[in-house]
Design a protein. Structure first.
Length: 259
């Protein structure tokens, strides 16, 4: 069995914060940036989609953007804090009930999850209609090998917490779940990694769809796919991979840092 040398890739660890207040502001700024990234990459679809982060102190509460806000203009100060009963306890704006039904159950089932992302990207929702999981066709797709699943129970827009529970059960201990005829959802131990997994998974869907259209793609063998998953699918890798995107979005949209 091959052992992955974590030092070889020279991947740094996410930051550690001196206070809860600092960590909260960091998470909120990343959530706002995540919405901007989705808009920047064309992954927004009207009012569909949501990003949440767990509050570092009130751990059964999460922060998210008000329902109906344009993703490309979200600022940290716009976010609302939602409790475990689906009530807005800080901030102003409507709550996306589907966001609560899904994300509250995911956060409840997975205490390790800090960030969660769901949107209706073109390739994600298209791939979800195939009712299968990603094949290990590329190095990037291998980040999800053995760590994502398929949720086949589509029954319309998710407003029922019991459906959220079923989605959380399908997610299991993985980093992503494909929602049949709907799209995909990703999670991370940082907001950064959750956003990165969403973006790179969307691109892997696109890559596989293109390969299927062109011919008969040849997947990597199981041993190679598992080794590659260990190399590119770790949480620190996901966090670090988001940093160039963070740098890009704040350079293009400096108002994210103006508060």
């Amino acid at each position: 069995m091959t052992v992955v040398d974590e030092d070889l890739a020279n991947i740094p660890a996410p930051p550690v914060f001196a206070t809860t207040a600092e960590e909260r502001e960091h998470r909120k700024r990343r959530v706002a940036a995540g919405y901007r990234v989705l808009a920047r990459f064309g992954l927004d679809e009207g009012i569909a989609g949501h990003i949440t982060c767990r509050d570092p102190e009130l751990t059964d509460h999460f922060w998210t953007a008000p329902f109906g806000r344009y993703f490309g203009r979200v600022l940290p100060r716009d976010l609302i804090l939602v409790n475990d009963e689906g009530k807005v306890v800080e901030g102003e704006g409507r709550l996306n009930r589907a966001a609560f039904a899904i994300h509250s159950e995911v956060h409840k089932a997975r205490p390790d999850v800090v960030g969660a992302v769901h949107a209706h990207g073109l390739h994600g929702k298209t791939f979800s209609s195939l009712h299968t999981t990603l094949a290990p066709l590329t190095q990037d797709a291998c980040a999800f090998y053995g760590s994502h699943s398929f949720h086949e129970d589509y029954s319309g827009v998710v407003f029922d917490p019991e459906e959220g529970q079923r989605i959380a059960a399908s997610l299991g201990d993985g980093k992503a779940v494909i929602l049949a005829n709907h799209g995909h959802l990703t999670v991370g131990r940082t907001v950064d990694s959750a956003i990165w997994w969403f973006v790179t998974m969307e691109r892997s869907f696109q890559s596989e769809l293109m390969a299927r259209a062109a011919g008969d793609p040849v997947p990597l063998d199981e041993e190679t796919a598992r080794l590659t998953a260990e190399q590119v699918g770790g949480e620190d890798v996901g966090w670090f991979a988001f940093q160039p995107i963070w740098e890009r979005i704040v350079s293009e949209q400096p108002d994210l840092l103006a508060e």
